[in-house]
Write a protein that binds this ligand. Structure first.
Ligand code: 1HN
Length: 350
């Protein structure tokens, strides 16, 4: 205790009373490690034992049109209901029923969809329709008009991933409803994939937007790539085989703020301990396994199965293990961190 402690306290009270100043030396604004700062925790949402039933229950309660988007937001238990799955990311599960329309709008946050169950729904991005099948990955770039519809049978559910917390850091939140229900078709379905998805590009067209010109990445093609790659028998010690979805014109992440991946772990894979500054959300497509988070006495096992969603916050050491051949989709803030010169990883065992 300093000899002038009483005077210091009086001073702190005086400075605090201004409500516009604070003494830096009394705060821990920049702690030594992410664990002293990060509030989100590793967590799993069990799709088949809870989340799915609750989402379907909302079906008869409110239409997609009335809700605009019938979404259950995945709230990280450590983040106090602040509509974030991790410090930098939003995730939700969206339900659309046959015949429904989720009306067109656009906003500054970028969105991705990863289809979890059902067939027959579509999303239209900037007037180009794209059908959704389980495992497909679809992007909705910042400020592009988008609406969803469902012309098939049975419920369709997808995971929404957005960069809302990142956009919110800058304050630049914009949202606009379209005047009509759906934005008019501007290009035939499959047009963007035809132009840019065959390892070719139109000679008289320049693509200068920050996102990929391809809106939809079908599961089949990405899964097939992993299946062919496994024959080389070269595995990343921590991830198995992991492919990133890219913007084919520049080889960068498909979205400017969010990195997206599809990964295959063979049956019985026991991944090496790994930590990274990126915040990652996983959606299980096939297989069962577990992720062991933390070290030593603090280690915790989170078991996963198809359609579960789990998240790993910044710098949490973890190991991935699979029982059966496992396919995981994931998205993270890696590309945003890299663009800001911040991203790190640690493959050591200490
Ligand atoms: C949104 O626009 C969609 O378009 C989904 O499907 C989830 C979560 C927060 C804000 C906007 C969509 C969203 C969202």
């Amino acid at each position: 205790m300093a000899t002038n402690q009483a005077e210091r306290e009086t001073y702190y009270a005086k400075v605090g009373a201004t409500e516009e100043l604070s003494p830096l030396w009394t705060t821990r604004l920049v702690p030594p490690l992410p664990k002293d700062f990060v509030k989100s925790v590793p967590h799993l949402w069990d799709y088949d034992n809870g989340v799915r039933a609750l989402l379907l229950e909302a079906g008869p309660l409110i239409t997609a049109a009335e809700a605009q988007r019938r979404v259950l937001t995945l709230e990280n238990p450590g983040l106090g209901g602040s509509h974030r799955i991790l410090e930098s990311l939003y995730a939700g599960l969206q339900l659309i029923l046959p015949g429904e329309v989720a009306p067109a709008h656009r906003h500054s946050p970028s969105a991705l969809r990863f289809i979890v169950e059902g067939n027959g729904a579509f999303t239209a991005v900037d007037g180009e329709k794209s059908v959704m099948k389980p495992g497909d990955f679809i992007i909705t770039p910042s400020m592009t008009w988008h609406d969803h519809g469902h012309e098939g049978d049975g419920p369709v559910v997808w995971m929404d991933g957005l960069d809302i917390p990142m956009v919110g850091t800058f304050g630049m939140m914009f949202f606009e409803n379209y005047s009509g229900e759906s934005h008019p078709q501007r290009r035939p379905p499959g047009d963007s994939r035809a132009r840019y998805g065959a390892n070719m590009r139109p000679v008289n067209e320049t693509w200068d937007k920050p996102e990929s010109p391809i809106f939809s990445y079908p599961f089949e093609r990405s899964r097939d790539a992993l299946e062919r790659m496994r024959r080389a028998n070269e595995w990343d010690p921590a991830a198995g085989l992991k492919l990133e979805y890219i913007d084919p014109t520049r080889g960068r992440s498909a979205m400017p703020t969010i990195s997206t991946f599809l990964q295959l772990m063979p049956k019985g894979f026991a991944g090496a301990r790994y930590r990274t500054t990126e915040n990652t959300v996983y959606s299980v497509v096939e297989g069962t396994g577990r992720v062991i988070v933390g070290d030593g006495g603090d280690a915790r096992v989170i078991a996963w199965k198809p359609r579960d969603i789990f998240c790993i916050p910044c710098w949490v050491p973890h190991r991935l293990e699979s029982d059966l051949d496992a396919t995981l989709f994931s998205f993270s803030d890696r590309t945003a961190q890299e663009k800001l010169g911040l991203w790190r990883e640690d493959r050591g065992n200490a």
